[in-house]
Design a protein around this ligand. Sequence first.
Ligand code: A3P
Length: 296
Amino acid sequence: DAPQELFYRFQLIPVHGVPIMKPIADNWERIEAFQARPDDLLVATYPKAGTTWMQEIVDSIINDGDLKKVKCAPMHVRFPFLEICNPPPVPCGVDILEGTTSPRKIKTHLPYELIPRSFWEHDCKVIYVARNAKDSAVSYYHFDLMEKTQPHPGTWEEYVGKFLKGNVPWGGWFDHVIGWWKARAKHQILYMFYEDMKEDPKREIHKVMRFLGKDLTEDLLEKICQHTSFKAMKENPMANYSTTPASVLDQSISKFMRKGEVSDWKNHFTVQQNEMLDAEYQKRMEGTDLKFRFSI
Ligand code: A3P
């Protein structure tokens, strides 16, 4: 294990204009040159959109509901994080992936514009998960309090300002969700919504199954629904990041599986903050047919 201080709250450095944590920015050439394989599957999200939930769903489907296989290792081992980089000796995502046998399952938070070209040259499948801006901000704020490599979020009031400016790791929410939405025209992208998954998990898991070219029985789908419920994942050490040291993820501050609800933003946004976000939302979402639900 590397000494704790190596992990403490990295600076953000612009990579093609997107604020990215320093160790990732320092390794950018290698990440950009990453060699995808045609059967790679990418799960892409803006942070806190339900990445881990989708990863667990995908892994359960790929393993035909065989939960022994799905519970064989923590999420970051089963489903490596493409761009993540920490100071040596911790291996970077690209190093881990180069040594991973196919078919590979890969997580990324990169905006569409920063995805290594090789994924598109091989026409890889991508599942994108989007979550409404207000719940994303609340979830990201709590995460940045407990994730010790990310910049400290400051107060909630300060954080709302940073979030709206896109001055957070992986940049702005608006650019991210819109960039990937437009990319659907050119690539094999299944664009999913957290709110839909909460509303009807089985319907949404079925969509993912079809996209992956699988045909599981009703019983197996039901089993996967149970296994990927918030309650089950919160208790599952292979999904809840409890194996990550507290020097990186301090779950005494806030749990990784924090609340798992739609509309928790109502418990955090003041009337003024809400108006500010609504105004920005109207401005930035004009001219796109991408629509979000802030409650279900
Ligand atoms: P909250 O902070 O709102 O609780 P990511 O995996 O992209 O980092 O997203 C984490 C968010 O997804 C957290 O949101 C977490 O609780 C929520 N989440 C994780 N698993 C979930 C599940 N099975 N059902 C609903 N929400 C889930």
